[in-house]
Write a protein that binds this ligand. Structure first.
Ligand code: SF4
Ligand code: SF4
Length: 354
């Protein structure tokens, strides 16, 4: 974990205190007929939580990344997929009309890519049912230490890639950009000047913005398999899975059946899993396809920079920096990608993927 963070009063909004009273009133109106999630302050951290009349929405904190990403709203850490009995199976009702307020550019961008992933090939129906009837409201971010969206391409949104976006770059003059028809409806009662249609939204630039060679990374990632760098990372990695839990673009899960005393009655649960855990790729008979920690680390990064790019033309990493921040030994994409680029340039160290 990173260094301990200063306590922030829950009502503090570093982007402008004057915005808060109107914001609170507007969100209360939205919550009257929607299931509303906001970003709130908790112990100096930013978290997504369900709105209640006395909670304080925040739009900026010294620690701007959230403890858990917005995926938890649509893919909960634990959820019943269905109940079963002799009478058949019954799926739980899907919450309707969800609004999430307070997403930064990288979070909105990651959410869209996760949704594309979940709709691809074999659609994930529980996720899709929740996500498809949801509306996302972005807010301006300030760069936080350790984030790097400019390197991964998740640093901008075109109109239509957000429903609403609350610009707070100038806290004295907030403005609300409209990005969709559903957003336009919600903006009707907003206490801010409305920009309709809204334009491109671009995250604040880093001091030295520089995109990684994303088009070349799939091949370089492939060629780095077996390189010494993965063994070196494996000597430090604890295999704890923190990195995937906090990642807005990781979505692995497992299922477990829970039965009652009469085993004909019970439920099937879905729970978050992690490709960094030893048991993740273990199959019946005890064989493990990725027993070596070095292979599990390579697998995680190849999924992000090889498979996701090949399928969606986007990096499976938003550049939020959460995995680095919450990794007990400080392993993160910037170090790993620098290693991959170096190892495949000095090719004698590259292992080569069969
Ligand atoms: S890999 Fe790390 S930096 Fe990239 S999106 Fe996931 S948590 Fe954020
Ligand atoms: S990279 Fe860090 S957070 Fe991820 S499994 Fe290894 S030690 Fe845990």
């Amino acid at each position: 974990m990173g260094a301990s963070k200063p306590e922030i009063p829950e009502s503090q909004d570093s982007s402008g205190q004057s915005v808060l009273p109107e914001l609170q009133g507007w969100l209360r109106e939205i919550a009257a007929d929607h299931r509303l999630f906001i970003t709130a302050a908790k112990g100096g951290n930013r978290i997504f939580e369900e709105f209640s009349p006395d909670c304080k929405p925040v739009t900026g904190l010294p620690q701007e990344r959230t403890l858990l990403p917005v995926k938890k709203v649509f893919l909960p850490p634990s959820e019943p997929l269905f109940e079963f009995s002799r009478g058949g199976i019954e799926a739980p009702p899907t919450p309707e009309n969800t609004v999430v307020f307070g997403l930064h550019v990288c979070e909105l961008s990651a959410d869209r890519l996760l949704a594309a992933n979940m709709a691809h090939d074999r659609p994930d129906f529980p996720y899709m049912a929740r996500r498809s009837q949801s509306l996302m409201i972005g807010v301006s971010c300030r760069r936080t230490s350790g984030c790097f969206c400019e390197k991964t391409g998740h640093d901008h949104l075109a109109p239509g890639e957000y429903d609403l976006f609350l610009h707070l770059d100038d806290p004295e003059h907030p403005r609300l950009a409209v990005g969709s028809d559903a957003g336009r409806e919600l903006a009707a009662n907003a206490p801010f000047p409305v920009e309709d249609p809204g334009g491109d939204v671009i995250a604040p630039a880093a001091a030295a913005p520089e995109r990684w060679p994303l088009e070349a990374l799939p091949e370089k990632m492939h060629d780095s398999f077996g390189a010494v760098m993965w063994d070196e990372l494996a000597t430090r990695c604890l295999g704890c899975g923190n990195c995937t839990i906090v990642c807005p673009l990781c979505y692995c899960f497992y299922t477990r059946d829970e039965t009652e005393l009469d085993p004909a009655n019970g439920r099937r649960l879905r729970l978050w899993d992690s490709c960094q855990l030893l048991a993740f790729a273990r199959v019946a008979g005890g064989h493990n396809f990725r027993e070596a920690r070095s292979e599990r680390i390579w697998y995680r990064f190849s999924h992000k920079f090889m498979r996701t790019w090949d399928t969606f033309g986007a990096a499976g990493c938003s550049g939020c920096g959460a995995c680095f921040h919450f990794c007990p030994v400080g392993i993160g994409p910037r170090q790993v990608i620098a290693g991959v680029l170096q190892v495949t340039t000095n090719s004698q160290d590259a292992g080569g993927n069969p």
